[in-house]
Design a protein around this ligand. Structure first.
Ligand SMILES: Cc1ncc(COP(=O)(O)O)c(C=O)c1O
Length: 424
């Protein structure tokens, strides 16, 4: 099926007389006739549900849709995007291991890798997304277990050269994990460019209505864990907590990664998405293809308007000819990139504050990728404790405004931006 059809109908096919919409299985637990029946689930001899901390049918319908959208073999939902990235990395990295990551990633993920995972004994080397192949190769160590990047980085709007990162990862016998939150599978399917695992903050465009925090992990099924068994003992040697099951043998390339992540990490860490949230996420997915086109159309018009306004000093949007990542966007994101635009207000921090104060339609929020346009001036909100020099060092200029274009009429958005810029 085409992507548009998968958005609407993927993941769930009701049988005769069954509900048309996916059922919300609002149950923590599942009933069995005999202990032997349930025992088979605990031995991973049979598939089925026993406790919603690990798996729930509603979540699995939605995960199956996301797997289809990304062209993967298996997927799972998590309680947040943070949990998705942590689980994807921690499923193959443990104390003493090392990760290579693009330095241009969401701040929360940077903290996760650079602070929290470091405390767990997992080291990381950050590389500039535009580094040469030689520089990228130099970042690897014998204990490197994964490479990480974002298709379109939040908030820098860097477009990842997925093929370059995938090649480096595969040359070193490890998978490439790509966070595809901003692009969504409507605009880019990283697996087609060589990514092995794809993650999402479904909180963003997939939900699209600012209703539910959530995440997803998709496995391409393409990475041959057994060919690199020495690097991935968690997948390639027996798990004694499941009576000696070896995931890569029992579930094969297509299923090993998500099965281990579900039955081991979800069992022990329990960051499951609530079935109610999975249901709401699915409502968002049903219109993802329609919404992404409008988000991109609005962002393109807004970016072009901003470029022409005398009170705007610079605009970053991959859809703009002349943008640093325009050529890369044409390759990886030919149908559009995302709805987020960054720009600088002439006059720096004070001028940007004045601009923000006069916005009427665009709401001030830390959120992005919502149906409603929202806007953030980091220097006066999330990063307000930093002086101008510290901001520049953190890669956030004092004049930077991040605008997430929603689904309103683009003429209304431009009129709102124009009247606020005219006050500066
Ligand atoms: C690209 C990206 N990945 C992951 C996350 C974390 O997702 P969540 O807020 O759902 O935990 C975010 C949040 O903004 C994000 O932008």
């Amino acid at each position: 099926m085409k992507l548009n059809t998968i958005c609407v109908q993927g993941g769930y096919t009701p049988g005769n007389g069954e509900p048309r919409q996916i059922p919300i299985v609002q149950s923590t637990t599942f009933k069995y006739s005999t202990s032997e029946d349930m025992g088979k689930l605990f031995d991973l001899e049979a598939s089925g549900y026993f406790y919603t901390r690990l798996q729930n049918p509603t979540n699995d319908y939605v995960a199956a849709k996301i797997a289809e959208l990304e062209g993967g073999t298996a997927a799972m939902l998590t309680s947040s995007g943070q949990a998705a990235n942590f689980f994807a990395l921690f499923n193959i990295c443990s104390c003493g291991d090392h990760i290579v990551s693009s330095s241009s990633i969401y701040g929360g993920t940077f903290n996760l890798i650079d602070v929290t995972m470091r405390k767990m004994g997992i080291e990381a080397t950050f590389v500039a997304p535009d580094c040469t192949e030689e520089e990228l190769a130099a970042a690897f160590r014998p204990n490197t277990k994964a490479v990480f990047g974002e298709t379109i980085a939040n908030p820098a709007l860097t477009v990842l050269d997925i093929e370059k990162f995938a090649k480096a990862a595969h040359d070193h016998g490890v998978p490439l994990i790509v966070d595809n939150t901003f692009a969504t599978p409507v605009n880019c399917r990283p697996i087609e460019w060589g990514a092995d695992i794809v993650t999402h903050s479904t909180t963003k465009y997939m939900d699209g209505h600012g209703a539910c925090v959530g995440g997803a992990i998709v496995d391409s099924g393409k990475f041959d864990w057994m060919a690199h068994a020495d690097k991935f003992p968690g997948l390639c040697t027996p798990d004694e907590s499941y009576h000696g099951v070896t995931y890569a043998e029992k579930f094969g390339q297509a299923g090993a990664f998500i099965t281990k992540c579900t039955v081991q990490l979800m069992r022990d860490l329990g960051c499951i998405q609530a079935p109610q949230h999975a249901f709401i996420l699915n409502l968002g997915l049903e219109s993802l293809h329609v919404r992404m086109a409008r988000h991109c159309e609005n962002a393109q018009a807004v970016a072009e308007f901003l470029q022409s306004h005398p009170n705007v000093t610079w605009v970053t949007y991959p859809g703009l000819p002349g943008d640093k990542y325009h050529e890369q966007a044409k390759k990886y994101l030919p149908g559009g990139s995302c709805g987020v635009v960054s720009f600088g207000v002439k006059g720096g921090r004070k001028a940007a504050e004045t601009f923000m104060k006069h916005l009427k339609l665009a709401a001030i929020e830390t959120h992005v990728a919502d149906a409603r346009t929202c806007c953030l001036h980091p220097a006066s909100s999330t990063h307000r404790q930093m002086n101008d020099e510290q901001l520049v060092a953190a890669g956030v200029s004092p004049d930077l405004v991040r605008l997430s274009c929603g689904l309103e009429d683009k003429e209304d958005l431009i009129a709102d931006l124009r009247q606020a810029l005219d006050q500066v």
